[in-house]
Design a protein around this ligand. Structure first.
Ligand code: NAD
Ligand code: DAU
Length: 354
């Protein structure tokens, strides 16, 4: 079996659902269930014996050690993180705790468990760190896209905390020989993304008749990837990547934020038209994010050439799927944002953490 952390969040849950749709290999899913983790997303797996959900913190070394000893996974895939850049500006503490201290404790538990394995299991074991393109910093308009050898130059507390976690992962390979893999992916969109991130926020606000907030001049550039393509890349790296190596993941889909927001508006105009006019009329330029990185762009040549991965979706086909999914799932959006959900989780899971 494999141990997935953060598997009730956006990408982790897409990964777990996708994994169990095509593999019989069970998944132990360790998630703290912060505001960003939602069991509602995993509801299709509630009677599936291949999915063992545990509410808990990757920073709880005793809990993680117990899970590793009990379930004997062949791999750990670490999605668990505080992930929202704007929250890291106002409340960085959780980012340091989870993305740095938590990653350290997870690595330490993995190292000790790995040391107990027999030779074959030891050489087959993998620790995959799911990271981000943000650790590379910001690009000027004419610069080449980030390659895996680009220096880490994080510019905000979120990316700095991810970079620190990645450095620990690298060090555990170099110092202890732990078979680690790191993926650095660009911006994802798709089903189950918490509606604080740009694309689901814009969809929700558009439908509610609210302003669509675009930071600064709207000309900041992100490189977009459909979440299913990210999940397949992680599987590909897990099975075929070389321990100690990093792999960039992206689809060469650079867009300015205003282009993204206008594309969402155009899809909504087609799929759920307003009574009058276009959703574009709701666009509002607002104060910029402090320390806002101007441009990210990912070169995924290594993953494509060495491991044979390629994205299935273009920006246009993927965005259509994303917008359609949010139109079809208003209940999910309402549920994950409601206080009632949090109260239920507390009652339901207080006793069951392993
Ligand atoms: P998310 O915020 O949607 O989900 C994070 C999950 O981790 C949640 O379920 C949360 O409950 C859980 N979690 C948080 N702290 C925890 C802890 N201490 N112990 C256990 N679980 C904890 O994030 P996401 O967008 O799904 O991102 C997943 C990973 O992918 C992150 O590491 C992020 O840095 C990386 N990433 C995200 C993107 C993106 O565009 N969203 C792109 C590249 C990389
Ligand atoms: O690049 C990968 C990163 O992508 C991941 O590591 C992060 O976990 C993930 O959250 C995402 O970070 P961003 O900051 O790029 O994503 P976000 O959706 O918050 O913002 C995308 C862009 O849109 C960014 O340039 C800021 C801008 N934006 C965002 C919001 C929420 C706006 O203009 N208005 C908004 O209201």
């Amino acid at each position: 079996m494999i141990l997935v952390t953060g598997g009730a969040g956006f990408i982790g849950a897409n990964f777990v659902l996708g994994w169990l749709a095509v593999h019989d290999e069970p998944v132990v899913n360790l998630d703290k269930l912060t505001y960003a983790g939602n069991l509602e997303t995993l509801r299709p797996l509630q009677d599936d014996l291949r999915h063992v959900f545990v509410q808990g913190d990757i920073g709880d070394g005793a809990l993680v050690a117990g899970l590793l000893a009990r379930h004997q996974p062949r791999a750990i895939v670490n999605f668990a993180a505080e992930s929202h850049v704007d929250r890291a500006t106002s409340s960085p503490e959780n980012f340091v705790q989870t993305n740095i201290v938590g990653t350290f404790r997870l690595l330490e538990a993995a190292r000790q468990y790995w040391g107990t394995l027999a030779t074959e299991a030891r050489s087959g074991f993998r620790f995959l760190q799911v990271s981000t393109d943000e650790v590379y910093g910001s690009l000027v308009p004419t610069a080449a896209a980030f390659s895996e050898t680009h220096a880490y130059q994080p510019n905000n507390p979120y990316s700095a905390s991810k970079a620190a976690g990645d450095h620990l992962v690298r060090a555990y390979h170099h110092t202890h020989g732990l078979p680690v893999l790191t993926t650095n992916c660009s911006n994802n969109h798709g089903p189950f993304q918490f509606p604080e991130k740009l694309i689901p926020l814009v969809i929700g606000n558009a439908l509610a008749g609210k302003p669509l907030p675009v930071y600064g001049d709207g000309l900041h550039i992100r490189d977009w990837l459909y979440v299913g393509d990210h999940c397949r890349a992680i599987e590909c790296v897990l099975e075929s990547g070389t321990p100690g190596e990093s792999y960039n993941v992206g689809a060469s889909s650079e867009k300015t934020n205003i282009d993204v927001v206008e594309s969402v508006c155009a899809l909504l105009d087609e799929l759920r038209p307003r009574a009058q006019g276009s959703y574009r009329e709701q666009i509002a330029f607002v104060q910029d994010r402090p320390g806002h990185d101007r441009r990210y762009a990912i070169a995924a040549r290594k993953l494509m050439m060495e491991l044979g991965w390629k994205p299935a979706e273009t920006f246009e086909t993927g965005l259509r799927k994303t917008v359609q999914w949010y139109l079809d799932h208003p209940d999910w959006v309402n549920y994950v944002q409601s206080g009632a959900y949090k109260e239920w989780v507390q009652l339901q899971y207080r006793e069951t953490a392993a």
